[in-house]
Design a binder for this molecule. Structure first.
Ligand code: PEP
Ligand code: MG
Length: 572
């Protein structure tokens, strides 16, 4: 679909993909778009045009200034925001990009055109590579816009200062834009582009901000117009009427009320289902210190490795892991996933050769074939952190396909002096042979994001395939059911996004899943749904979901079996 420039009329409902379950109403603030500067525009410094001989210096200074400003912002930010800002600063600092521009400028090309051309060439390579790199194209373009604005003597593009609680609307938000946001004044985020695994979605999820991405028509919303953002429904309503506002306010209030229950996860009849958090950094873990979370079900360690030219040392890793273990304390389990590099998370030092199909290539645990020292060092660091803190982590490998891989991983874990080894089930082969996989390890954790991608042969980063990537697809549910059945009393968790959907959480419980790990903001609604249905009801819902032919019918079948109180509170 295309966008129109005409502002949508009151009552218009824009549709996109919701992130989280929150809702908010507030005035639109639009993110300042990229500067419209012609390729041959003059370079300006202190209000005066720069002489031709000084242009290379001015260009180098513009890159350096932009990198410094981004680093500065990174220094003031925390956690993932700081990490992604640092990565964007590194892009602005990248000598390959800068030198390509400088060579062109020394050859007589106008600076703005040279920046455009070099960024265009890099973006094409990133897009070709797909996955994580393709998602970084937004950051690359943000570097270009900032450098061009700097060269033209214009203010930096991005988010204006928020004077009141607002709904921030953008084509897409680069981490640099997001970091400039005063999150205390952000009621909701809406983007026309981006995907559910992009930066905007990650940052919104981490901060519990209602968010709708891929909202067609959002960039035409007029500044100051009130909109109602409903992440659970994936909708943005223009100038909502009083009834719509009241309904959303009631929903938001009901969501807040759910946070009061801090008991461990269990069904109404006391069947325990551990409710765990997904984290990416030590800061994420520290935020969980006083939270009603039974532990960490997925620590994505690759965040520590991203944007590096070399792997962090064993010492550096041990320090970071110890921080996480300490933050959770001795009584809460922490499941650490070993490095999941490749495909959507490529690392310079691990993924040395470009692959035609990186999602099907040497990624995740398979890296042990080409870079075994990465796993060995990580396990050494984890064992050291465990010894230092007195809390031993559970350790699991991503992208395991065969029982033999599971056996080899478990042996490596034990050799490092760690006792609890598991693997993720995110490849259909592992789900189909889950019993044999489980015979080799102590636990498994279903990664439904990748399991859906590989079951449905649909790239998880392609927003337009979101219908195929739905974890409610019966084929995906069949594989989850097969894995849970194979568990036969052994721990089978779910740590993909599907665990954060309260209805799916009930189905997963009915299928026999023993723990659910999700972004912490999603936890209260899942806990609430779980505590109001018995295990028998959950089993009935699982049966109903498996009995139908398509995802919408599966969800509807489960919705029809919900206790009325839950249906009302979750606005199903
Ligand atoms: C998954 O694939 O479901 C998962 C949890 O891992 P990631 O999203 O990090 O690939
Ligand atoms: Mg995965």
């Amino acid at each position: 679909m295309t966008t129109t420039d005409e502002a949508p009329a009151a009552g218009t409902v824009l549709h996109g993909a919701g992130v989280g379950r929150g809702a908010a109403v507030g005035p639109v603030v639009r993110v300042r778009p990229a500067p419209a500067v012609a390729g041959d525009a003059p370079v300006v410094r202190d209000g005066a045009p720069v002489a031709a001989a000084d242009l290379p210096d001015a260009v180098a200074a513009a890159f350096a200034d932009v990198a410094a400003a981004l680093r500065d912002q990174a220094g003031r930010a925390e956690g993932t925001v700081a990490e992604v800002l640092g990565a964007t600063a590194m892009m602005a600092d990248d000598p390959a990009l800068r030198d390509q521009v400088l060579t062109a400028v020394r050859g007589g090309e106008p600076p703005v055109a040279a920046v455009d051309a070099a960024v265009g060439a890099f973006a094409a390579v990133f897009e070709q590579a797909g996955g994580y790199l393709a998602e970084r194209v937004t950051d690359l373009r943000s570097v270009r816009d900032r450098v061009v604005a700097r060269l033209a003597g214009l203010p930096a593009p991005g988010v204006p200062e928020l004077r009141e609680p607002s709904v921030v609307v953008a084509r897409d938000l680069a981490p640099a834009d997001t970091a400039a946001l005063d999150l205390a004044r952000v009621l909701a985020l809406v983007t026309e582009e981006g995907g559910p695994t992009g930066h905007t979605a990650i940052i919104a999820g981490q901060n519990g901000i209602p968010c709708v991405v891929r909202a067609t028509g959002a960039t035409a919303l007029a500044e100051g117009t009130d909109v109602a953002v409903d992440a659970a429904a994936g909708t943005v309503t223009v100038a909502p009427d009083a009834a719509q506002r009241a309904a959303l306010a009631a929903r938001a209030e009901a969501a807040r009320a759910l946070e009061a229950d801090t008991d461990p996860g269990a069904t109404a009849d006391g069947h325990p289902v551990a409710l765990l958090a997904n984290i990416g950094t030590a800061e994420d873990a520290e935020r969980l210190a006083g939270a009603a979370v039974e532990g960490v079900g997925l620590f994505r360690t690759e965040v520590l490795f991203l944007g590096r030219q070399q792997a962090p040392t064993v010492d550096e890793q041990a320090t970071a892991y110890a921080r996480v273990l300490r933050a959770l304390g001795p009584d809460r389990k922490v499941v650490v996933r070993t490095l999941d590099a490749g495909a959507d998370k490529p690392l310079a030092f691990a993924n040395l050769h470009p692959e035609e199909n990186p999602a099907l290539g040497v990624r995740g645990y398979r890296l042990v074939r080409s870079a075994p020292e990465l796993l060995a060092d990580q396990l050494t660091a984890l064992a050291r952190a465990g010894a230092e803190t007195g809390t031993e982590p559970w350790v699991m490998a991503p992208m395991v396909a065969t029982p033999a891989e599971a056996r080899a991983f478990a042996a490596a874990v034990r050799e490092a002096g760690l006792r609890t080894a598991g693997v993720m089930v995110e490849v259909p082969a592992a789900a189909l042979r889950a019993g044999a996989v489980l015979d080799e390890v102590d636990f498994v954790s279903l990664g439904t994001n990748d399991l859906a991608q590989y079951t449905m042969a649909a790239d998880r980063l392609r927003g337009e395939l979101v219908d195929l990537l739905d974890a409610w697809q019966p084929a995906v549910l069949d594989l989850v059911a097969a894995t849970a059945r194979a568990g036969a009393g052994r721990p089978v968790g779910v740590c993909g996004e599907s665990a954060s959907d309260p209805l799916m959480a009930l189905v997963l419980t009915g299928l026999g899943v023993t723990s659910l790990s999700m972004s912490p903001a999603a936890l209260p609604a899942v806990r609430f749904a779980l505590r109001r249905h018995t295990l028998e009801q959950c089993r009935g819902m699982a049966e109903a979901a498996l009995a139908v032919a398509d995802p919408a019918a599966a969800r509807a079948a489960v919705a029809g079996l919900l206790e009325p109180e839950v249906r009302a509170a979750l606005a199903v």
